[in-house]
Design a protein around this ligand. Structure first.
Ligand SMILES: NC(=O)c1ccc[n+]([C@@H]2O[C@H](COP(=O)([O-])OP(=O)(O)OC[C@H]3O[C@@H](n4cnc5c(N)ncnc54)[C@H](O)[C@@H]3O)[C@@H](O)[C@H]2O)c1
Length: 386
């Protein structure tokens, strides 16, 4: 079941950590700690094996993969001995991470992206390809009437100018090539009615948005606790300090706003009201890929007694994200194989801002981690029965 994983942002920290990790696990040099699809309850013959994943992608950066992997090792993100051990695998993937095609219109650019993916699929005799967006976070795009309709979108893409942000152009190219798509970032990705219609038209599934790896992961466990104990959260404020490429990019106010909104959503949707407070993200060059989140929660208990809780999270962002990228690629490929198309809401477990909307009378997906876990386990069982 050779399965392609096409990484938009293939030379970034998350992408390269994923490539190094998959190669190290395949060679038996590392165990799959952090990959939830390797847990007893989620293991399934319906999923492609980690060793079946073949990597390619697009990135405007030109840093060689082995150089990027060495930099990640120097920063303590991956062990240097593993980078050394998988040097040949990195050299084999090197030509598969291609420059981002740019043409006169976005329709032509999408066709070139699709051509690169098709050639990759042919070269490696891949059963299918999953396109994963792990590129730099974008600011929200200006609304465009063509975002609402697949045919109008195709027409508008054929005219000069940018109708779609890059993350959505990758989704467009993926869908018209019959590939599934995962948005690991808070960018727009497939989150437009025209792209949803296109995914259904081409019978391909998609998943997103924004990998849940740190502060929001903790929030999605703690917020349900306050709700279940009927404790009233009055304020919840968090400060995130991070460096690395993602941190530098989030210094841009537009990208920062997209990320902060995505991080705060879990509270309102789990508690049923919005406590006071904000999530702030600050770039601190010196801490590289290691993130510190400080959260202060104030809450009222019985008879209004005031209490508070604080937590500090020190996480290595790419080491938390990479195993989830591998999990998502395996799960999305298996869902595609089983005939699923459109949004994979059952994969909410992985995301800060999951597809499917807020829970409520009209449906929606839960934001509480335990409920998301149960939904994921049932999804994996369903894949095996399909
Ligand atoms: N690490 C985590 O825990 C985590 C969690 C959730 C989401 N994310 C998201 O994942 C993404 C990647 O994070 P990272 O730490 O690897 O960032 P990074 O800056 O190291 O890598 C991003 C890569 O995207 C490339 N890129 C920029 N524009 C592109 C385009 N148009 N097409 C293709 N590639 C392009 C950049 O050149 C860079 O190599 C970010 O959007 C981040 O917000 C990360």
């Amino acid at each position: 079941m050779a399965t392609g994983v096409w990484l938009a942002g293939g030379r970034g920290s998350v992408a390269v950590t994923s490539i190094v990790g998959a190669a190290a696990i395949r060679a038996g040099l590392a165990d799959p700690t952090g990959c939830v699809t390797e847990l007893e309850q989620l293991r399934s013959p319906a999923l492609p094996a980690l060793g079946d994943l073949v990597f390619g992608g697009h990135d405007p950066a030109t840093t060689r993969l082995c150089k990027k992997a060495e930099a990640l090792a120097a920063a303590g993100v991956v062990p240097a001995r593993l980078v050394e051990a998988v040097r040949d695998e990195l050299a084999a993937v090197e030509p598969e991470i291609r420059p981002v095609p740019v043409a006169a219109t976005q329709l032509e650019s999408a066709a070139l992206i699709a051509e690169d993916i098709a050639a990759f699929r042919f070269r490696h005799s891949l059963e299918r390809v999953v396109v994963v967006n792990v590129s730099s976070t974008e600011a929200a795009p200006a609304p465009h009437p063509a975002h609402a309709d697949a045919d109008a979108l195709r027409q508008a893409l054929g005219e000069p100018g940018a109708v779609l942000p890059p993350s959505s152009l990758y989704a467009y190219a993926a869908f018209v090539s019959g590939c599934s798509y995962i948005d690991f970032t808070p960018s727009t990705g497939a989150r437009l009615p025209a792209l949803d219609a296109l995914a259904h038209r081409h019978a391909v599934p998609y998943a997103g948005h924004d990998g849940k790896t740190g502060e929001t992961l903790v929030k999605s466990v703690l917020a349900p606790m306050f709700a279940m104990r009927n404790l009233r959260v009055r304020t919840w404020s968090g400060t995130n300090l991070l460096g690395g490429g993602d941190g530098a990019n989030l210094a841009d106010p537009g990208a920062n706003a997209a990320k902060a909104t995505s991080k705060q959503r879990v509270l309102g949707e789990t508690l049923g009201y919005e406590p006071q407070g904000n999530t702030r993200i600050e770039y601190v060059d010196d801490i590289g890929d290691f993130k510190t989140a400080w959260d202060l929660i104030t809450f009222s208990g019985f008879l209004g007694t005031s209490m508070r809780m604080e937590f500090t999270w020190h996480g290595c962002d790419s080491a938390l994200a990479a195993p989830l990228v591998l999990d998502l690629a395996r799960l999305t490929a298996a869902a595609h194989r089983s005939g699923r198309s459109g949004p994979l809401t059952e994969l909410a477990f992985f995301f800060k801002d999951p597809l499917g909307g807020a829970p409520g009378p009209a449906g929606g997906v839960p934001h509480a981690l335990a409920e998301q876990w149960a939904m994921l386990a049932s999804f994996v069982r369903g894949l095996a029965d399909a």
